[in-house]
Design a protein. Sequence first.
Length: 504
Amino acid sequence: MTTTTDLVSYEDALASYDPVMGLEVHVELGTKTKMFCGCSTELGQDANTQTCPTCLGMPGALPVVNAIGIESAIKIGLALNCEIAEWCRFARKNYFYPDMPKNFQTSQYDEPIAFDGYLDVQLEDGETFRVQIERAHMEEDTGKSTHVGGATGRIHGASHSLLDYNRAGIPLIEIVTKPIEGAGERAPEVARAYVRELREVIKALGVSEARMEMGQMRCDVNLSLRPHGREKFGTRSETKNVNSLRSVERAARFEIQRHAAVLNDGGTIIQETRHFHEDTGTTTSGRVKEEAEDYRYFPEPDLVPIAPSRAWVEEIRAGLPELPLARRNRLVAEWGITALDMQSILNAGALDLIVATIDAGADAASARKWWMGELARSANESGVALDELAITPVQVARVAELVLKGDLNDKLARQVIEGVLAGEGGPDEVVDKRGLKVVSDDSALGTAVDEAIAGNPGIADKIRGGKVAAAGALVGAVMKATRGQADAARVKELILEKLGVSEG
C-alpha cells in the first residue's frame, strides 16, 4: 500500500501526468416523507422507528413515488442546465448488504430524469471553469450500519454491527459529472469549487439544506492519471463519501500523488473504492470496484414510468430563484467590489449574512465591514462559523445605524458588538448598560478640550503657528480622557476654535 512517505511531490506528479476527475455527488432531499413510502424523514429519532413494510422491503408491499421528490429532481436538473427527460423510469440496482433491506436499491440507470448539463464555477482567482454534467438521477438512500467493538468504527475488527433503517428510502439525487479534463494543477481546487457551487445551487433551490457535516450532501471523488500526450484515460480510484469541501480538495490532491507514485514505480492502479481519513488527509483501500453490469440493473416493475409534461417543466423553470453565480455577479456590480473581494466573502461564509444585514437597513459597505472585520475575527477566535455567532443581521444593521447617526464611533461599536456576543442584550441595551454613546455636547467636551490644551502647551503652540495636523495629538488626549466616547470630529473643531486657528 502506498503510504504518505511513498508519495511523489505534487509538482513532480503534475510534471508527468494529467489528472482526470469524475465527481459523483449525492444530495439528500428535504422532503417530509421518504421517496417511495409515507415514513417520516425527520432526523434524530430512535432507531428503526421510521420504517414500514415498503421501505423494509416486505413481501407484497408496493412503492408509490414521492411527487415532491420528482419536482425537486427537475429543479436541480434545470438549475444545472440539463435536458429534462420526456420519459424515464426507475430501475433496481441489485446488491446484498445489511443496510439495504430489500437487497436492491431503487435507482435510475440508463434513463435518468436529467442529463447533459453543465455548471460554471469560479476559482479563487476569479477564473471560471465549466464542469460538464453527465446526469442527475433519482434514487433512495440506504440504512445506517454501526460497527461496534473495533478500534476504527469499520467492519473489520468489529464484534457486531447495529442496523438502523430510518434512513433507508430517504430520497436522493445523484449528480454525476462527465470526465473533468484540462484542470491540470488546479484539479483539486476545481473539485472543491464545483462541490461548493453545487451546494450553493441546492440551497438556493430550497430542495435540501445540503449540510455536508450531517451527510445531507456527500461526494465521491473519482480520479485517474494519464501521461502527458496520451488520450486514453488511466485506471481510476473512487474515494467514497467525502463530507467537506476541504476534504474533497485534499482527497483529490492525495490521490494524484498516490497514483503518480504507483505509476512511477511501474505499478498498476487498482480500480477500487477508497476511504478518506480526515485526520491524516490520506486514503486507504476499501474494495475492488464493481462495474455497472455487476449490479444486474433491470427496470423496476412496481413503479410506472415518469413522463413530466413540458408545460410542468416550464412552469418549474419559471419559478426557479436567482442562481448563486448570477446573484454574486449582480452583487459585485451593485456593491462596487472585485471578484476577489466576493471570493473572500464566500470563503468566510458571510454572503447571506451581509445580504440580510443590508435587507435590515444597513448600507452595503457597513454590512461588509462588520461581518468581514470584527465579526469574522470573533468567529475565528471562537472557532465557530460566522452564522453561529450570537448576533443577528438585524442587530448588526442596528449597530451600523448607530454609527451612521453619530451615536457610536467605530471603537464604541466594537464594544457594543462584544456585549451582544456576550449575551448582554441587543445593541441598544448594551449601549445603555455600558454607557457607550458618543459625547458630542460642547459643554461636556469643553472641559476635556481645555485640559488637553493646558496639558500640552508645546503642541498648542505648534497649532497656533499653523501646524493644524498637530491637533491630532490633542484629539487623542481628549479621546483618552473620555474613554473613546467623544465625537472626534467635533473635538478637533473645538480645539481649533479655542486656539483661534482656521482649518483651511
